[in-house]
Design a protein. Structure first.
Ligand code: CAA
Length: 259
């Protein structure tokens, strides 16, 4: 096991649990935190025991955004040359294993963008989402104008990005930003249960399904459908297909070997 400064990494059987743990700054995503997050995700990615990942924060904050103290002195040349901020931030979006964001409290700016890089968001009824960058003289820089717009459409994205207002969990679910809202005290249990369920399915099928859904955002419909069909055909070459279908017909639980 590795020890980090601003995150906790735990193995819960088949699920990798990453807890953002920088309470003094409401999990503001400083340079160290984002590097640790990337490192943890890379470790989970190559760990064969792990079938799904949950990223969570504290009851008060999933993440209050990029670290404003660190950003304040930066010049154009600084941020341009280091390609701030996505170069260190794309890890959740790059992961091939499913990643669930379990969000309670504030998910603002980079915190909301981090949640949107995950495959889906389960929100506590205490969650608050927003892109407040406009209020500090900048704009979202880690996908907030792109992933948010794809997920909720132009009207809501413009409203949130241009006014910087926060929305509660109920509104976030209504507009399609989050997949489910649960009582705060059940957040982690629900997210871990969802991740365990996913991790128990045939892993090639899970990875293919994720890849296919993601292609919907990158390709024209005809290409996406073609890609889906190729993966669907490929699934018939897996042990999972043989086992899953036999188990159904034998009326027993499937036992997948991840092949
Ligand atoms: N960066 C650095 N420190 C932060 C922070 C941030 N984004 N958000 C909160 N903190 C710190 C505060 O400075 C404070 O530290 P001190 O106790 O040392 O003063 C501590 O966390 C607690 O915060 P508050 O006292 O402000 O707590 P609150 O409950 O009164 O308010 C809040 C909570 C509404 C989330 C408020 O902290 C806030 O507005 N935070 C900033 C949110 C924001 O603007 N995020 C966008 C950042 S830009 C970005 O993310 C760019 C991008 O797209 C990548």
């Amino acid at each position: 096991t590795v020890t980090y400064e601003h995150i906790l990494l735990e193995h819960r059987d088949t699920v990798g649990l990453i807890t953002l743990n920088r309470p003094e700054a409401l999990n503001a995503l400083c340079d160290t935190l984002t590097k640790e997050l990337t490192d943890a995700l890379e470790r989970l990615e190559v760990d064969e025991r792990i079938g799904a990942i949950v990223i969570t924060g504290s009851p008060k904050a999933f993440g209050a955004g990029a670290d404003i103290k660190e950003m304040q002195p930066k010049s154009f040349a600084d941020v341009y040359l280091e390609d701030f901020i996505t170069s260190t931030w794309e890890a959740p979006a790059k992961s091939r294993k499913p990643v669930i964001a379990a969000v309670a409290g504030f998910a603002l700016g980079g915190g909301a963008e981090l949640a949107m890089m995950c495959d889906f968001i389960i929100a506590a009824d205490t969650a608050k989402f927003g892109q407040p960058e406009i209020t500090i003289g900048i704009l979202p820089g880690a996908g907030g104008t792109q992933r948010l717009t794809r997920s909720v459409g132009k009207a809501k994205a413009m409203d949130l990005v241009l006014t910087g207002r926060m929305i509660d969990a109920e509104e976030a679910e209504r507009i399609g930003l989050v997949a489910r809202v649960v009582p705060a005290e059940e957040l982690l249990t629900e997210a871990l249960a969802a991740a365990e369920k996913i991790a128990a399915f045939s892993r090639p099928a899970v990875l293919m399904a994720k890849e296919a859904v993601n292609s919907a955002f990158e390709t024209p419909l005809a290409e996406g459908l073609r890609f889906e069909r190729r993966l669907f055909h490929a699934a018939f070459a897996t042990d999972g297909q043989a086992e899953g279908m036999s188990a159904f017909l034998d009326k027993r639980r499937p036992e997948f070997n991840n092949r």
